[in-house]
Design a binder for this molecule. Structure first.
Ligand code: 1PZ
Length: 221
């Protein structure tokens, strides 16, 4: 499609990226580069949603940037997979069980990725609601309910929960939302593609969750 630049969201590409991640070598250890590439595509989608969602996309851009910086550092090999990252950070006492990052405390990989991990659950729930046209077809209600059904909300301070409560009213209605997702395919193709994509996303969520659970880092601040 000639009018589309490399910064345009593609549902087809998103689906391919999540499938590649779910089916890559040692999929259960979750390949970092595949995982971040899939998030890059989600950033493109968030950017297409307009200014009201820039508080969301800028946080995702930050977090993907933190993780990619580790992948480009001298420690790159320790960040090849989510499993390697957690094991490395645990064994080297890089995990802060007490304090969230601040001006004084540097953000590290495991806690940063954990935030993206919780957001992936939100997205899975939202896609399911859109596909089944739940919540009386109201995307704002789907967004609100998906947020509160995901593990994301319970870890957010009230000010963020409030902001999300307002932002969901800025979501387009279902036909417009679907059109926004359909940059590069028909609605039928999108439905099929989202089905395949969410199966991969679900697998990646479960693999990641199993690792965080095994190494007991599901609650790090
Ligand atoms: C389809 C888009 C609908 C979006 C509506 C709801 C989005 C809810 C998420 C909002 C939170 C954004 C504000 C940033 C909060 C951060 O404080 C937290 C915690 O990080 P910390 O401060 O501890 O470093 N960040 C997050 O929880 C990650 C948020 C990612 C949200 C991604 C949404 C994914 C949507 C993809 C849509 C294609």
């Amino acid at each position: 499609c000639p009018s589309k630049g490399e910064n345009t969201f593609s549902a087809a590409n998103m689906s391919v990226l999540f499938q590649e991640c779910a089916k890559s070598k040692r999929a259960r250890e979750v390949d970092m580069d595949h995982y971040l590439a899939a998030w890059d595509e989600l950033i493109r989608f968030l950017n297409s949603m307009g200014k009201a969602f820039s508080f969301v996309s800028s946080d995702v851009v930050d977090k993907v940037g933190i993780l990619r910086a580790f992948r480009n550092s001298a420690d790159a090999s320790h960040y090849e997979t989510i499993k390697k990252m957690i094991v490395y950070e645990k064994n080297n006492n890089l995990i802060n069980y007490k304090e969230a990052p601040s001006k004084k405390v540097k953000a590290y990989g495991s806690r940063t990725l954990l935030r993206l991990h919780r957001a992936l659950k939100f997205l899975l729930i939202l896609i399911g609601k859109l596909a089944r046209n739940e919540d009386e077809g109201k995307v704002s209600v789907m967004g609100y309910n998906a947020y509160h059904a995901s593990p994301m909300a319970e870890y957010h301070p009230w000010i963020v929960r409030k902001a999300v409560g307002l932002a969901v009213y800025m979501l387009p209605d279902r036909p417009a939302f679907i059109k926004q997702l359909c940059q590069d395919m028909s609605e039928e193709e999108l439905a099929k593609s989202m089905q395949v994509c969410s199966e991969s996303m679900d697998a990646i969520f479960e693999y990641t969750h199993a690792l965080y659970s095994k190494y007991e880092v599901l609650e790090i601040p």
